[in-house]
Design a protein around this ligand. Structure first.
Ligand code: NDP
Ligand code: X2W
Length: 354
């Protein structure tokens, strides 16, 4: 067993390794100095080489895909990432935990602490309350200390990651009215996973820009849960999601009423202080707003501001790569924190540009 401290690598299994999140976990973990992938898992293609479906992994991952039996996974791995759809993770994870595996789940199944709220937004049966309680919500920059030493982490959603990193410092400081927040968020199409659908096929998305799930998106309760905790009062937000014709990237543009007179420099200073020592949040100088390409392929979240004394509002712009900081990268950041390693171990990717 490759435990921390023995000099051996920690053995990793990836369930859902044939999806976008799983394939990105493979890419990023290949360069991790303390972890080694020992099992890539598929519920539909077990027994075949992963390079059959993903030729870019030829000569990189040579073993065949394994099946989903928890005992077999536990025989090969110490930590398992479940990069599986919501409604699937809730059924898989309990068996994996029972086998003594450490689990990092990428789905929305264990993020919402109240089962009834989860069922309302996700339309799936909620996991048992004991698992919801055990799961640590792994938004690393906010709850990293709670992740250390734990066995079960629920990785945050892509939109909530960009949005919460953009809003929490200003709410914590009392600079904005938490119940005035409007979030206008855009995502590349990979955010909806590898499966094809009418909304995401080329002719529908190319040279197009469309809103979806307006006021009904399943990430609303996740965002409100954390903002309410930080604000110390019930917070509700207006949240609009839009698909843009690009592969990766999320831009979350947030508007809120200011509680006082603050300028751009004040915001830059507040956020730099808040995220001091956190390697993956970069706060832009005034007047320089982030773009999705500036974080592409990396675990960075870049944030910029425009405070407007004329309207009494601030605009906060936050960008991430949805599959890295919004999924696989943050999941590895959680692995690092869970194991007591440096937060940025194996994650020092420079953004791909252009
Ligand atoms: N894409 C993104 O940007 C983000 C995704 N997420 C979340 O991460 C998770 C994975 O997303 P993503 O990779 O995009 O999704 P994909 O649809 O691309 O992949 C999901 C994978 O899950 C596997 N799967 C499906 N059913 C089962 C099952 N019953 N048992 C085991 N495995 C199963 C499938 O592989 P197979 O058929 O081979 O088993 C499939 O490849 C989801 O919960 C998603 O919401 C979170 C943040 C961002
Ligand atoms: C572009 C796009 O379609 N994105 C997806 C993100 C889904 C996701 O990540 O789902 P959970 O976090 O809830 O598991 C969506 O908006 O539903």
């Amino acid at each position: 067993m490759g435990e921390h401290g023995t000099g051996e690598k920690v053995r990793i299994a990836i369930v859902g390794s044939t999806g976008y999140g799983g394939v990105e976990l493979i890419r990023l973990l290949q360069g991790h100095p303390k972890a080694v992938i020992t099992s890539v898992i598929s519920s539909s293609s077990a027994g075949t080489p992963i390079s059959e479906g993903f030729p870019h992994l030829t000569d990189i991952i040579v073993q065949n895909l394994d099946g989903t039996d928890p005992k077999e996974i536990a025989a090969k791995a110490d930590v398992v990432f479940t990069a599986t759809p919501s409604g699937v993770s809730s059924k898989l994870v309990p068996g994996l935990l029972e086998e003594g595996l450490k689990v990092i789940d990428l789905s929305g199944d264990f993020r919402i602490k109240d089962g009834a709220t989860y069922e309302k937004w996700y339309k799936h049966t909620a996991p048992d309350a004991a698992y919801l309680e055990e799961a640590v919500f792994g938004l690393c920059e906010l709850f990293g200390e709670e992740v250390a030493g734990k066995d079960f982490i629920s990785n945050p959603g892509c939109y909530p990651t960009a949005t919460l990193l953009g809003l929490v410092p200003a709410i914590s400081a009392g600079w904005i009215n938490p119940n005035s927040i409007i979030i206008d968020a855009k995502s590349g199409v990979s955010g909806s996973g590898r499966g094809t659908s009418l909304t995401t096929h080329f002719a529908e998305i190319n040279e197009n820009f469309k809103a979806y799930k307006v006021n009904k998106h399943q990430h609303i309760p996740e965002i409100e849960q954390v903002l309410s905790q930080v604000a110390g009062e019930q917070v509700t937000v207006t949240f609009t999601t839009q698909l843009v014709p690009m592969t990766r990237g999320i831009m979350s543009t947030m508007y809120a009423n200011l509680n006082g007179v603050y300028n751009d420099e004040d915001f830059v200073e507040l956020y730099r202080q808040y995220y001091q020592g956190r390697p993956f949040v970069r706060v832009r100088d005034t007047g320089i707003w982030p773009a999705t390409k500036e974080v592409l392929g990396s675990n960075y979240c870049d944030i910029g501001f425009a405070a407007d004394p004329r309207t009494g509002r601030v605009t906060i712009i936050s960008v991430i790569d949805n599959i890295v900081k919004g999924a696989a990268g943050q999941a590895i950041q959680n692995l690092n924190l869970m194991m007591g390693w440096e937060e940025n171990l194996g994650l020092g990717y420079t953004p791909v540009y252009p």
